[in-house]
Design a protein around this ligand. Structure first.
Ligand code: GLA
Length: 396
């Protein structure tokens, strides 16, 4: 009688894999089949942004995330770094000199720390008048002097950064200080009182309060020609003065068909040459372009406020275009994975995007996950780029 292995009756796929007898002849092949099985499970579960990204995978979140358990599975599977959308902004934490609001930030940080998510604090100084609580600027009814303004800023930073020392991984120290027009810095109560000195002082104060935190200068359109050069000049000056600026935040609020690939690449090349790191801090690709809202002296606003083409869902053709553009963007990012420390999306899924409200109300679809938290074609396109092995040797 032949002594070959005896196949057990059909046990379904897992039964076949695990096999019946453990005679010598069949043990080795079955062992490797078992390894292959567990490897494929491991690789299958690696198909998330969090596991497939060569940088930290992040997301901007509603301040209410601790009360939204329905969002946690998507969050935990895809992202490892979280930025609170609003509750850590100066206007939220200290709207008046007398009032400190730490309730939401405390809950946000405790939630993230408890779930092994790293927190990006956002932001310590938002260098715009409409985003700075007015009391910062005033001394009675008169404008505060440079000394008063900077002392207030330093006390604010020491208290906020100190409170979360060791529990917040990175801070957007200064947000949106660069001018969109002809000037170097945006004119504001900050520049009127203190010129550009507030920027270096803000970084120094943050570093003193938490020497281990990664400190970021964050802005929008700072990859574009013109604004990029302003940013590089600012960085050169900050670096020459010894300011602890560790990375540049490129917000990345893009619009479909207008993603600035070339400008972005020039910026990443320049940051690499300076030995500076980049974070893509607030990424989305709007499918209902908004640029005209601000064009031609705002004269298109009434007309644009009626534009709401995708109320019943985003057409497959638009989703495919968005996917192609996200894919190209991540293909570019991959070439700079020695420069990029983190890519954070701005909001968890389409239903939570700020672009459903800003600058006018519309049903928008700018992210990788739809309103049910399901992956869109853009997610597949991004994962495909992340799966391409990087050629050996330094990134070029
Ligand atoms: C800017 C800010 C963010 C957020 C977005 C819109 O990019 O940095 O905090 O307010 O606008 O949601």
């Amino acid at each position: 009688m032949a002594m070959g292995p005896i196949r057990p009756p059909d046990r379904g796929p897992l039964g076949c894999l695990l096999g019946g007898g453990w005679g010598f002849d069949e043990r080795m092949p079955r062992f490797w089949t078992l390894c292959a099985f567990f490897l494929s499970v491991a690789l299958g579960s690696a198909q998330t942004l969090r596991q497939a990204s060569p940088w930290a995978s992040g997301v901007g979140l509603s301040d209410r995330i601790p009360e939204r358990p329905e969002d946690w599975p998507l969050l935990m599977a895809q992202f490892g770094h979280v930025t609170p959308e609003n509750c850590m902004k100066p206007a939220a934490i200290r709207p008046t000199e007398a009032r400190w609001n730490f309730d939401l930030p405390d809950k946000f940080v405790a939630f993230a720390n408890g779930k092994d998510l790293k927190v990006v604090g956002h932001c310590l100084v938002w260098a715009k008048d409409d985003r700075t609580p007015p009391w910062f600027y005033l001394d009675g009814a008169a404008p505060a002097s440079k000394e008063i303004l900077l002392a207030r800023m330093e006390a604010y930073i020491a208290k906020v950064v100190g409170r979360y020392q060791g529990r917040i991984h990175a801070w957007d120290v200064v947000n949106e200080a660069l001018d969109d027009g002809k000037g170097e810095l945006r004119e504001s109560g900050w520049t009127r009182a203190a010129g550009d000195a507030f920027i270096a002082r803000a970084f120094a104060a943050a570093h003193a309060a938490d020497p281990a935190a990664l400190l970021i200068y964050n802005d929008y359109n700072n990859e574009l020609d013109g604004k990029r050069e302003k940013m590089l000049r600012l960085l050169a000056k900050l670096k020459a003065g010894g300011a602890p600026v560790h990375a540049i935040g490129l917000q990345g609020h893009y619009e479909i068909d207008r993603v600035p690939y070339e400008a972005l690449e020039k910026t990443l090349v320049a940051l690499r040459a300076l030995g500076l790191k980049a974070v893509v801090s607030e990424l989305d690709i709007d499918v209902i372009p908004r640029g005209r809202w601000w064009a031609d002296g705002n004269k298109h606003r009434a007309e644009m406020a009626k534009v709401n083409p995708y109320v019943d869902g985003c057409p497959p053709e638009v989703l495919a275009r968005q996917a192609e553009q996200y894919g190209r963007l991540f293909r570019l990012f991959r070439r700079y994975d020695d420069v990029i420390l983190r890519v954070s999306f701005w909001n968890l899924h389409d239903g939570q995007s700020w672009l459903n409200k800003f600058p006018w109300a519309r049903v928008n679809h700018p992210l990788l996950f739809d309103r049910q938290g399901q992956p869109k074609p853009a997610f597949t396109a991004v994962l495909k780029e992340l799966a391409v092995p990087r050629p050996p040797g330094p990134a070029k």
